[in-house]
Design a protein around this ligand. Structure first.
Ligand code: G
Ligand code: G
Ligand code: MN
Ligand code: NA
Length: 255
């Protein structure tokens, strides 16, 4: 069977689950929030990467249903963490939203409904979008504005790898720039290799935006990021995407 045929069955059969990767404070590494990342465990135990099935879910339109499930599940988990560890234990929970979802005018209602159903304040949710998705047209941009009006934070994911128009920072209501791993990988290299990581934190500071450095894999990268003014990071050096119970253990320890 094709992935496309399997996806719908998988959603009904409960084969999807979410992992959560901590977003931490520099330099100390304290967990500030998490990003949810979907996984598909097939009946034979094989785990399929979202890089393989999200594009198919987008093409078939199933991303709308899968996306609603992801939002609901992340909000339910956020509510559980709020109850167990208090409303301020996690500053934010981020959910990735794909290009096709941004073309759905109902998305803001779906987000609002998930927040309301679980009693999660909009301010605690971050919606991660990509530059490329916003460039698909005026409707996507209108959706982002509607999401922003709900009070959720908007993060530009993989920043610097798409069409990379800095003009987007003026037209799109962005709160957070997630600086792509490729720029983190260039840290410690030549001034040319470091230039974009330096420029992006400068632009963000001037515009009053927050930055998160992605894909931080070494202590040296974390140290250099802090030196350059970065205060939030994410990556295997700090923590991998993990099941919710492991986030629970971290929250418990932090109390
Ligand atoms: O988690 P991982 O690195 O395997 O993710 C691979 C890609 O899939 C990344 O681009 C990531 O943004 C995307 N992805 C992961 N989880 C979700 C999700 O819940 N929704 C959407 N739309 N994309 C996701
Ligand atoms: O596109 P997006 O930024 O949403 O993708 C997030 C993906 O990046 C997650 O699937 C996660 O597994 C992966 N990721 C997170 N931290 C690291 C890291 O330090 N190194 C690498 N190679 N991948 C990472
Ligand atoms: Mn992301
Ligand atoms: Na990214």
């Amino acid at each position: 069977a094709t992935i496309a045929a399997d996806l719908r069955r998988a959603l009904t059969a409960g084969e999807f689950h979410l992992l959560y990767q901590p977003i931490v404070e520099l330099p100390g590494g304290r967990m500030l929030g998490v990003e949810s990342l979907v996984r598909w465990r097939q009946p034979d135990g094989r785990v399929v990467s979202p890089a393989d099935f999200i594009p198919v879910a987008e093409d078939t339109g199933l991303i709308v249903e899968l996306g609603a499930w992801i939002l609901d599940t992340a909000c339910a988990q956020t509510a559980a963490w709020r109850r167990a560890y208090g409303p301020d234990a996690l500053r934010s929970v981020a959910v990735n939203v794909s290009a096709r979802q941004l073309l759905d005018p109902a998305l803001p209602e779906v987000v609002a409904a998930a927040l309301a159903r679980h009693g999660v304040p909009a301010a605690q949710l971050t919606i991660e979008i990509t530059e490329t998705a916003v460039f698909t047209g005026g409707r996507a941009l209108a959706t982002v504005h509607a999401l922003s009006r709900l009070g959720v934070s908007i993060a530009l994911d993989d920043f610097g790898t798409g069409h990379s128009s800095l003009g987007l920072l003026r037209t799109c209501p962005v709160d957070i720039i997630k600086v792509d791993k490729s720029f983190v990988d260039g840290l410690g290299g030549s001034p040319q290799q470091e230039a974009i990581a330096i420029a992006l934190t400068g632009i963000a500071d001037t515009m009053g935006l927050r930055t998160v450095a992605e894909g931080v894999e070494t202590a040296e990268q974390a140290r250099r990021l802090y030196e350059l003014g970065y205060r939030q990071a994410q990556g295997f050096h700090f923590a991998r995407p993990m099941p919710p119970a492991e986030i629970d253990a971290m929250l418990q320890q932090a109390q």
